[in-house]
Design a protein around this ligand. Structure first.
Ligand code: C5P
Length: 225
């Protein structure tokens, strides 16, 4: 691969698979830009809720995009998200927001309308993009594609710890139900369902800690980058 080409590293997987923190660490290590595409769906869900829009109505959600001002500030460990210049990072991470995001994300026209915004994150020297359809739809030509998963119990436990560490309340049984429902919605929708790209390396992170996953991914890329 030519040294001057820009790379896309697509990291897809279900909620709680650890892809968000993996993407952030890989981007930091490589000095690449970062796209947290789930945050875009979460921001759209938040704005739709603020406007009292029915999340199941595609046209109404599409109209929210007419005035959709979002911005991210990416740090080494944390990334902050702004909606209309207001920091909504904490609201964004809530389970209810994730749930609302998966409802707006079902609409094919909404997904289509967000393609340009997502692709705009691609800049030299490269981009690490995390989501559900990075390797299949948004960046089908990505040089590196990973699909991260873990058992639902492990994902619920990780999510529990994450929410508690953010000072939010959490309940394992509810998380298990929420994650199962979200998986079902993400995998079975007709528009860009959650499936590994044919050329993705599928990584089961159930028994690996986050640094082992980072090393595995970087190890896989090291001969080409
Ligand atoms: O990754 P995160 O949990 O923040 O995503 C929230 C929701 O947004 C997901 O459950 C999924 O329904 C949706 N999403 C999507 N496509 C993406 C990223 C997220 O449909 N590329």
């Amino acid at each position: 691969m030519a040294a001057d080409s820009a790379y896309v590293v697509a990291i897809d997987g279900p909620s709680g698979s650890g892809k968000g923190s993996l993407a952030m660490k890989i981007a930091t290590r490589l000095g690449f830009h970062l796209l947290d595409s789930g945050a875009i769906y979460r921001l759209l869900a938040l704005k739709s809720l603020q406007q009292g829009v029915d999340l199941d109505q595609q046209q109404a959600v599409l109209e929210v995009l007419d005035d959709f001002n979002i911005r991210f500030e990416v740090g080494e460990e944390l990334s902050a998200a702004f909606l209309d210049d207001i920091d909504v990072t904490d609201e964004l991470r809530r389970e209810e927001t994730g749930d609302a995001a998966s409802r707006v994300a079902r609409h094919a026209a909404v997904r289509e309308a967000l393609l340009g915004l997502q692709r705009g994150f691609f800049k030299a020297p490269g981009l690490v993009a995390d989501g559900r359809d990075m390797g299949t739809v948004v960046f089908p030509d990505a040089q590196f594609k990973f699909f991260l998963y873990a058992s639902i119990e492990i994902r619920a436990e990780r999510r529990y710890k994450q929410l508690i560490s953010m000072g939010l309340s959490a309940n394992i049984a509810e998380l298990l139900t929420d994650i199962a429902e979200r998986d079902e919605r993400d995998q079975n929708r007709s528009a860009s369902p959650l499936i590994p790209a044919e050329d993705a390396l599928v990584v089961d992170s159930s028994l690996l800690d986050s640094s082992q996953v980072v090393e595995l991914v970087l190890g896989h890329m090291k001969d080409s980058i």
